[in-house]
Design a protein around this ligand. Sequence first.
Ligand SMILES: Cc1ncc(COP(=O)(O)O)c(C=O)c1O
Length: 363
Amino acid sequence: MNDKCILLNPGPVVLSERVRRALFKPDLCHREPEFAELQGRIRDNLLRVYGLEADEWAAVLLTGSGTSAMEAMVTSLTPDNGRLLVIENGVYGERLARIAAVHGIHHESLHHEWGAPIDLGRLEALLAADRFDRVAVVHHETTTGRLNDLAPVARLCREHGARLLVDGVSSFGAEAIDFEGWGLSGLAATANKCLHGVPGVSFVLARRQELESPPAPRTLYLDLSAYYRQQESGGTPFTQSVQCFYALDEALAELFDEGGRPARQRRYLELAGRVREGLEALGIEPLLPAGDSSCVLTAYRLPEGIGYPALHDHLKAHGFVIYAGQGGLEKTLFRISTMGAIDKADIERLLQAFSALSSPGAP
Ligand SMILES: Cc1ncc(COP(=O)(O)O)c(C=O)c1O
């Protein structure tokens, strides 16, 4: 096994040395002006990733994993007595519905089999039959790697007066997101996926107007408006994960130095394309055509006669961590993400490790 273990799971990712070093910056109290400056810079730079107007949009930073941002978004951006339609085609869409249920938010689900594309006809029928204030949907549904096509979903929502709440946890920073064109109300995301930071910080990008006229708080800790009000003046309602903020700050600087979001997408596409080509040559089939998959992660069918644990352990012995399918899918699928500080040489070594699976003498 190599000393550097290459993480091909969908976050946390392999850190660059630059981001790792940022974790060792001096100790800092979250009530000091230096923290206010750090927090303010991260909030500005998160808007910059997608060129968002600062007078229209605001980033709200939370200490917690991606699910905390999903929960903050759903509870803080669904109006009082609002009705929510949740689109489900994987684990994370179902999680959005679960969040609504836990908080007693009136909701309905448009359920699909995991991996299926969003059925626009059924969506239109539901939107026409009932009034929904918000539609919650996952952009990149990591369960299967499907990149949900949000442009037509957004068009239907606009026609029927609903605004979108998007789980962009595994797409923000790499995939194209049309915040204005899609009429987003808010988007939840995290530091430790396409932004290449460490786990511990997540955030919601939301319209200022909505943060300034919020519903009655449905939760104490995840009340986005409370964070927003304090972050606007450099404060924070609760202790933030200072070291994770340092790492996100550095990761954002690195993203811009490397050419920003479009360059990151190109890099992922190149690495993911090489994995797909190499595995197909070995007879390992992707679940979805390239055009339906995100640039971030691809799900593959397990090769004939090999269970996930054996494949995982073989690759780990060669220095690579892959990811199982979720739910019942671990029996048929495995997943490979190409986020993080990895390069073409890592991918070539990964493909050699796959080749060794079928070679005599393989471990
Ligand atoms: C699309 C999506 N949403 C939400 C989450 C949950 O994030 P976390 O595990 O950081 O809470 C994930 C995690 O992989 C994800 O891929």
